[in-house]
Design a protein around this ligand. Sequence first.
Ligand SMILES: *[C@@H]1O[C@H](CO)[C@@H](O)[C@H](O)[C@H]1NC(C)=O
Ligand SMILES: *[C@@H]1O[C@H](CO)[C@@H](O)[C@H](O)[C@H]1NC(C)=O
Ligand SMILES: *[C@@H]1O[C@H](CO)[C@@H](O)[C@H](O)[C@H]1NC(C)=O
Ligand SMILES: *[C@@H]1O[C@H](CO)[C@@H](O)[C@H](O)[C@H]1NC(C)=O
Ligand SMILES: *[C@@H]1O[C@H](CO)[C@@H](O)[C@H](O)[C@H]1NC(C)=O
Length: 768
Amino acid sequence: MKLHTALAPFALTAVVSSQSKSLESIVSGSTYWYANILHNGIAPTNPSSNYTIFRNVLDYGAVGDGKTDSTLAIQNAINSGSRNAGTRGSTGQPAVVFFPPGTYVVSAPLQNYIGTVLMGDPIVRPSLKASATFQGSTVMKGVDPKYPGLVAFYHEIKNLVIDSTAVAAHTKLVLLDWSVSQACQLSNSAFVMPVGSAHTGVASTGQNSPLLINDMEITGGATGWTGASTQFHLKNVAFRNVTTGVRPTNTVQMSIQGCRFEGVGTGVDMSGGTLGMLNMFDATAVSTQALVLADAAQTTSQGSIVLENVAVDGSVVATVKAGSTTLLAGSIVPGNAWIRGNMYNGTASSATPQKASGQKIASMRPAALVSATGSFHTTRAPTYANFSSEQVVNVKDVASHRVYGDGKTDDTIALQTILNSAAQDGKIAYFPHGTYLLTDTLIIPPNSRLWGESFTELSGSGAAFKDAAKPKPIIQIGRPDSTGIAQFTDFVFTVAEPLPGAILVEVNMAGPRPGDVGFFNTHFRIGGARGTKTNECATIELCKAVHIAAHLTKSSSSYWENSWAWTADHDLDGGGFGSYPSPAGGFLIEAQKGTWMLGWGVEHFVLYQVTINSASNIFVGLQQGEAAYYQGTGNTLLAPAPWTSNLLPSDPSFSWCAASAVSCRMSLYQRVVNSTDISLYSGGYWNFVAGPDRTFCSKDCQDNAVLYENNKRLVAYGVSTINNANLVVESGPGGSRYKVAVPHKGNEAAKKDVFDSAVVAAYLRQSA
Ligand SMILES: *[C@@H]1O[C@H](CO)[C@@H](O)[C@H](O)[C@H]1NC(C)=O
Ligand SMILES: *[C@@H]1O[C@H](CO)[C@@H](O)[C@H](O)[C@H]1NC(C)=O
Ligand SMILES: *[C@@H]1O[C@H](CO)[C@@H](O)[C@H](O)[C@H]1NC(C)=O
Ligand SMILES: *[C@@H]1O[C@H](CO)[C@@H](O)[C@H](O)[C@H]1NC(C)=O
Ligand SMILES: *[C@@H]1O[C@H](CO)[C@@H](O)[C@H](O)[C@H]1NC(C)=O
């Protein structure tokens, strides 16, 4: 490492005020703990022995002085280590490119790659400033050119400011191209554009399938976010002085939660049939012309809207507007919802929709899920900015307990010892990038803060997890009824081989505050990458790779923000389809004290993506799901096979399907049973291909999407499907069992590309 002298003035101030850290801070240009610790991560599947994970842009010659052109230096930091050479795949080239505080001038587009985290100092966020002579149409090409949008996973940007205020206002500049899919993170960042300019903050064009953008500020410009993402959850985004905040071009389902619109022309422009369904809740607006711009008439379900707890002041001209007509003025106060679209209520045995064309109804939220203002609790991903580098344990730097993270050596016992003492000392446990093999349950004690790096992998392996009849956790968060802090940031939970007796993650702990037990940008991957043997399974039946991805038990209370539980339907690292893993269940939620799921995707599990069973106080901000693609026409392994002899009491029996009904015996996306106080927003349930040959399927490829059985105080706003015959099937105790409550027919929305979509705005038949 070399010394850097050209520090931004505020970084120097920080250095002077922190005597003990001054030397290391000068070296790294940052006072943040993460910049000042040993980085000894490895990419276990990368053959280059000197491949470097952590890159400080100052080491590559970038200068954050607001003057020096740092384009080449930053690009060199990103490129270092023959990125994308040969077949590194999606998982073989992890990198963190760190920006100390400062203003880095760039004069041409920067290109990011898969597996790469562009990370600013969170204490004083650095700025990438496009120069007045900027050449090009995009400041940050955030997407690896080798990966089309639908397979552009594992890209990250956090704690950065991108500033285009020096660039001529009339240019059609895009600050960030973000045509990415699941397991991508864009958070705690800002886009600053000239007010009234033609610039666009974030563009997610073409086909792409991201989950969440969170904790952002977008200022100035023509458009804040635009794109054709299948679904999206925007959480805590402040739009200031933007002409149009959000402009979908072909999106099926969207949640906009806790966002603020100030000095905006149009908050969300969904006119022209560009959005299937908008859920806007816990929003505020001031000095805004129209918070939502919709079409005058809703002829199909396309363009459905639910507004809930939307506070506008007198300076907002229209809350919802169509053409020049105001459809709604003023606020929707807590306890009410405003609905445009089909609404299913009443307890009559045959469910018929009520068309709501802008109707206020009474709504309710469980008290355990909301803050004093009535908004659903949210929190920000931790940065531990107030920790010093002495308050961090690098799990690979403890001499007495050697940990390898090499995907080969068993790290279980050493890690357990290190985590126990880190919790006792209140230290962050930093896991340099690598694959940490676990051959027995790793117990996460209260007072744990686990920090990963470009998706550090915790991977289960071995005999302890083989018995399908006795599922056992690989990672267990606390013991039943324990309380305290347990946080995970930037991890992937995975398995090295098929483990039919594994529960990848079991959460028992409850945090004293929402987010204390929290999972941030933390994902599940079952098969589909190097480092797992599931691609070697002879058949689907022999590939019961895990029993359940996550079990949130009765005593738990947890907060999940940006999590994708993925059963591989293809190989991320170039190996073709391989054999298809067939894990039974995605998320099994039996928690009662408060659970928050934001920007959440669960895909390709064979019995269910999500089961909420005998649970209470569950908030879902957006759940995206996809079917198990071998199921459907032509499949002979009908659910509950291959798990028939190892079903748990909470598993669906599929007793509502005829024995040979191929398109009925398919995984449910969401099943809620015997539960109370359930607030569900934005379900997006997609089926694009069906059967062992994965034949493209364009209509009703699957019978049933969600099943609501015997619940109280359940509200579901925004259930969207692609290629499902029935959106909601329901059942009550004693009454007529298993009937279709919400069919595709009558709820048709626009086509998404060549596929049929359907949307229901509100399902309230179990809301009493
Ligand atoms: C890493 O190794 C490669 C191949 O051995 C070599 O060309 C390259 O210079 C090395 N890079 C560094 C930073 O040492
Ligand atoms: C930005 O919007 C605010 C209202 O929130 C307004 O007072 C201010 O004049 C606007 N700034 C510019 C530069 O247009
Ligand atoms: C829906 O029906 C239930 C049961 O009849 C009733 O309690 C509730 O108020 C209704 N909700 C709306 C929004 O009409
Ligand atoms: C950091 O701040 C949090 C929240 O205020 C506090 O609970 C924690 O003890 C602080 N940690 C350190 C190491 O200062
Ligand atoms: C739901 O409750 C009913 C009635 O108490 C019971 O028969 C059924 O087994 C329960 N379902 C599950 C999945 O626990």
